[in-house]
Design a protein around this ligand. Structure first.
Ligand SMILES: Cc1cc2nc3c(=O)[nH]c(=O)nc-3n(C[C@H](O)[C@H](O)[C@H](O)COP(=O)(O)OP(=O)(O)OC[C@H]3O[C@@H](n4cnc5c(N)ncnc54)[C@H](O)[C@@H]3O)c2cc1C
Length: 415
């Protein structure tokens, strides 16, 4: 049985791996010249299932408003005339109610915890090294921020996720490179969470997948999905039809356009973010684990002898151009905590668009079109969910019940 996967971001690559392992004849079609060239290219790299939560949450609308007028804000909103933006925002707003937030969070975490188990299994099985680091530490600058973590701490306790609230001295002990002149009230430490280079992992897994017989075809833009009598027949690339028994759409932000002619409306919207990657000064002490500056929602992650600073959310900017004030915010946070650790003037900047659904959870599994499957909409936590999503979608294609329930994760929730 021939299965086509459209998209070779982290989600498509993981899915292709598991599909091949099921024994399918797998072809991955990717419009770029390699894997992980779009949103999976230079993200923050954090895999923290207990912190995988929807952006639509009860306090969020007010927070968003307050950011609009702040000088160094983690969020920027550009109103546009595009009705899709307003429709998405209206739906997002509707998901900020407490009961919606709880339901959405449970769905996302179900995938993320499962995904971490799959990631570890793959890592052990294939020996993939991807600049991984153990642990995740939130830096809280003020007593008010400590207070704001109370609901998160209650949730972590409820989930049984080990964590501890550390005083500044304990934080410096864990992270001796932190600049102590920057205000620090506490740190929230999650020792079981981790980070790693998503793109590096995708490249390594692609090689293993190829060795196992998966075909990767680059510079191949899928123009449309071909259906006949309510079932998928293949896809069209460069006006040529490629036949398939099943097609998995893992094309992130491009998915809605591909799926619309099949009668499927996906309320996805791109939320832009940035990262800066810098080489560490060999004599400096950099971060030992992934750090998150809660005030600026900015991550600082160690990647071997480099660090990556990532964050900001821009709604309404469709271009992937670099926005100077957002980059300044990233550098400000890095310099606050590690002023002398790197030559920040040599930073490599990147921007990517999170494929975001208004309720936060991805869309996985079947569609009303026989043989057409979804693996998309992973938003701000696609790396943390990619292995789990790939495995469950491969299970569904194989006609087997996945190890986690897909309640609330399929297209059913929008029907
Ligand atoms: C600043 C930032 C920080 C982030 N930090 C984290 C983090 O710390 N942890 C985390 O878990 N997640 C993080 N994310 C989110 C994560 O990067 C995404 O959720 C994830 O990369 C999505 O993977 P994907 O494979 O779905 O999308 P992509 O990587 O965008 O892959 C989709 C692929 O489909 C291809 N494609 C599209 N259309 C077609 C077509 N018609 N034909 C052929 N190919 C096509 C594209 O070229 C692309 O390669 C972050 C995102 C940003 C922007």
């Amino acid at each position: 049985m021939h299965v086509i996967v459209v998209g070779a971001g982290i989600v498509g690559v993981c899915c292709a791996w598991y599909l091949r392992r099921e024994g399918f004849d797998v072809t991955v079609l990717e419009r770029r010249s390699g894997v992980a060239q779009e949103t999976s290219f230079a993200n923050a790299g954090i895999v923290a299932p207990g912190y995988v939560t929807p952006w639509a949450s009860p306090g969020m609308p007010r927070k968003v408003l307050s950011y609009l007028f702040a000088r160094e804000a983690p969020l920027r909103f550009t109103p546009t005339a595009n009705p899709a933006q307003w429709r998405w925002l209206a739906r997002w707003f509707g998901q900020c109610r407490l009961e919606r937030y709880r339901a959405n969070r449970e769905r996302m975490q179900r995938v993320a915890f499962y995904s971490r188990t799959q990631l570890h299994a793959l890592r052990d099985e294939l020996g993939i090294q991807y600049e991984q680091a153990q642990g995740y530490l939130q830096l809280l600058r003020s007593p008010r921020e400590i207070e704001l973590t109370e609901p998160a701490r209650a949730m972590l306790a409820q989930l049984g996720v080990p964590f501890s609230l550390l005083d500044p001295a304990q934080v410096y002990e864990l992270e001796p490179g932190l600049y102590s002149a920057t205000a620090l009230a506490a740190g929230l430490h999650l020792p079981e969470d981790e980070s790693g280079n998503c793109a590096l992992f995708a490249h390594a897994l692609r090689r293993h997948a190829e060795d196992a017989g998966t075909r990767f075809r680059f510079n191949q833009t899928v123009q449309r999905i071909v259906t006949e009598g309510g079932a998928v027949r293949g896809v069209v690339v460069a006006r040529r039809e490629i036949a398939a028994d099943a097609v998995v759409i893992a094309a992130a932000n491009a998915s809605p356009e591909l799926l619309r002619p099949c009668g499927l409306r996906i309320p996805m919207y791109p939320i832009k973010g940035y990262s800066a990657t810098v080489a560490l000064d060999p004599a400096a002490i950099g971060p030992r684990r992934a750090l998150m500056d809660e005030a600026y929602k900015t991550a600082i992650t160690p990647f071997g002898n480099r660090i990556r600073i990532a964050g900001t959310a821009e709604i309404g900017d469709y271009s992937l151009g670099l926005h100077e004030p957002s980059l300044r915010t990233l550098l400000k946070v890095a310099k606050d905590w590690f002023p002398g650790a790197a030559r920040y003037s040599g930073a490599q900047y990147w921007s990517g668009a999170r494929p975001m659904l208004p309720d936060g959870a991805p869309l996985l599994g079947v569609t009303p079109v026989k043989g057409l499957f979804l693996n998309l909409g992973h938003g701000s936590t696609g790396w943390a969910m990619a292995c789990g999503s790939g495995r469950v979608v491969a299970d569904v294609v194989a006609g087997r019940a996945p190890e986690i329930t897909l309640d609330g994760l399929t297209l059913e929730r929008y029907r």
